[in-house]
Design a protein around this ligand. Structure first.
Ligand SMILES: [Zn+2]
Length: 412
């Protein structure tokens, strides 16, 4: 099945151009126990990113059933302090820009534990969360954020609108790239928005992925790698118009795209032309610009393996921080396991006591990591390296050296 040339999930054209083939890779967010490993419950699936010559959507083959991906959902947004602050700033900015109040409705798709909508609730603005993971939705409800458990698409959007749930503002942060049927997903927003309603999408910008060799943001749950040129095409196909774009530092460089129904009156903001121009200058509107990424990724792998070989030769013990998808893609692609990395720390108690999928590095709390006194610490989520370094400052003061491995080995 995986040998055949797949078709583009947006336009249906055959996908003949490889962006990066990462080989067999375990599911990034499926943390396993020793018993899972013994029972063979740590399966690997092909991870192959391709670019469509016709519409330019960069996408990974859809080889994992969605039920497998979401069945053990261990992620809770509120465990990242930086992300909570980002959400508060968003609520402030949108409330002011679009004049939201007690008669408005804010709907967030993939609302997680309510980390974002609770800031609107505090301002007396009605909200509705849409979240596919029941256990996560329960946490949101307990925090006072009304949340429905469903996958969002054209049909569920239409059903919401039929019940009178029409939105002034919709937010979809870091979810656009995570849906297999990108067209049906986009169409849902067109169903729910009021005639002058606005939807904002945040997603990691493909331009930064390429420029900064962020290949570790590629994993099975992340079906699409988005540029503005492609997002304008997808939204245009469902009757939505992009009218502004902001560039954000989150996730190594993200875009926040503002869209509205085609007939709405929102005027174009300066960010739209600026980001279009950047993408054109980088060649993102031409298929050939996507070639040449794989050799740059190989150089990153070589740099990390050289670092580990040197540490081993010098008798240094190397640990890692951040049991998240990025680190899993990275360690598996590099072929690194528990013999090379002693422990990985994560603040999320739901992950502690388990093992990273594939590499089987044990996950511990930050305190346990510090107590193990490693010589070197590789911060896997390079996008929050400064925050992690500040949290773990006592380790650094005790002589541990901190590193990031992407886009190259670098001490922080
Ligand atoms: Zn296509």
């Amino acid at each position: 099945m995986t040998d055949a040339t797949p078709d583009c999930r947006f336009c249906g054209a055959p996908l003949t151009r490889t962006f990066l083939d990462l080989g067999d890779t375990p599911l990034a967010n499926s943390y396993v126990t020793a018993a899972d490993v013994a029972a063979g419950r740590d399966r690997a699936y092909p991870l192959h990113a391709r670019v469509c010559d016709s519409c330019l959507l960069v996408q990974v083959d859809e080889v994992v059933p969605a039920e497998d991906i979401f069945s053990d959902y261990a992620y809770f947004s509120s465990y990242s302090a930086g992300w909570v602050a980002h959400a508060r700033r968003y609520a402030d900015a949108m409330t002011e820009r679009f004049g939201l109040g007690p008669d408005s409705l804010v709907v967030e798709v993939a609302s997680n534990d309510g980390y974002l909508l609770r800031h609107f609730v505090e301002r007396g603005i009605p909200v509705l969360g849409i979240e596919p993971a029941a256990n996560v939705a329960e946490v949101a409800r307990a925090a006072g954020v009304p949340t429905e458990v469903t996958f969002f698409d054209r049909d569920s959007g239409r059903a919401l609108a039929a019940r009178g749930k029409r939105a002034d503002l919709m937010a979809a942060n870091n979810v656009f790239a995570h849906v297999p049927d990108i067209r049906a997903f986009a169409a849902g927003f067109a169903e729910v928005l009021k005639p002058e309603g606005v939807v904002t999408f945040e997603f990691p910008h493909l331009l930064n992925l390429i420029n900064e060799v962020q290949f570790d943001t590629i994993y099975h749950e992340h079906y699409s790698y988005l540029s503005l040129v492609v997002v304008e095409r997808v939204l245009g196909a469902v009757g939505l118009r992009v009218f502004d774009v902001e560039e954000l530092p989150t996730h190594g460089g993200s875009l926040r795209v503002f869209a509205c129904p085609v007939a709405a009156g929102h005027g174009e903001g300066p960010g739209l032309l600026a980001v279009r121009a950047k993408e054109t200058a980088a060649g993102l509107d031409r298929p050939e610009a996507y070639d040449g990424f794989a050799p740059r990724v190989e150089a990153v792998r070589r740099g990390f393996l050289d670092f580990l070989a040197k540490a081993r030769a010098e008798g240094r013990r190397v640990a890692a921080y951040g049991a998240a998808a990025k680190g899993n893609t990275f360690l598996n692609f590099c072929g690194v396991g528990a013999g090379d990395i002693t422990l990985v720390a994560d603040r999320n108690p739901a992950k502690q006591g388990r093992l990273l999928p594939g590499s089987h590095v044990p996950i511990v709390s930050p305190d346990e990591l510090a107590a193990s006194k490693p010589d070197d610490l590789v911060i896997l989520p390079w996008n929050i390296a400064a925050e992690v370094a500040a949290d773990m400052a006592a380790m650094k003061a005790a002589g541990c050296r901190f590193w990031i491995a992407v886009p190259e080995m670098r001490e922080v």
